[in-house]
Design a protein around this ligand. Structure first.
Ligand SMILES: [Zn+2]
Length: 142
């Protein structure tokens, strides 16, 4: 099993144990001291769209609940539909009533790629809480 170390400055992935980032040369050992998740969340506002997509993806893999708030905002309001989609994929990693409600909102009024991702995330949920007693989330698509 090989671990990947993401550079907190440019989000390049580096082999585990690397001292410097192979893309930007940042000293990776120093980055580990900083709050990695905080940096990832700040990167969500990066103007270059590849960076928020990358940081949302990493946040989803980490599964840190602090990712939920910023990802929710991006899922609904990101100007780039693919950032919105990446944010929905992050939300899909969290099983909570709040996230289920958010995914439904995105499914109704999000950008097309985000709507599709929200539908898939809702279908993938093992147990969907439906306060009004409706059936599985698949019914929402029909
Ligand atoms: Zn780097």
């Amino acid at each position: 099993m090989s671990l990947t170390l993401f550079c907190a400055d440019c989000w390049a992935d580096n082999p585990a144990g690397a001292e410097r980032c192979r893309r930007c040369g940042a000293v990776l050992a120093l980055q580990r001291a900083a709050d990695y998740v905080e940096k990832l969340i700040r990167a969500l506002d990066h103007p270059e769209s590849a960076t928020p997509v990358r940081s949302t993806t990493i946040l989803g893999k980490i599964g840190d609940p602090r990712a939920i708030g910023p990802s929710s905002r991006l899922a609904l309001d990101a100007p780039d539909p693919y950032i919105a989609e990446a944010a929905v994929l992050v939300l899909g990693n969290f099983e909570s009533e709040r996230v289920t409600v958010l995914l439904r909102m995105v499914q109704r009024r999000g950008a097309a790629p985000a709507r599709r991702a929200a539908g898939a995330a809702l279908r993938a949920r093992t147990h969907v809480h439906t306060p009004n007693g409706q059936g599985a989330s698949d019914d929402l698509d029909r």
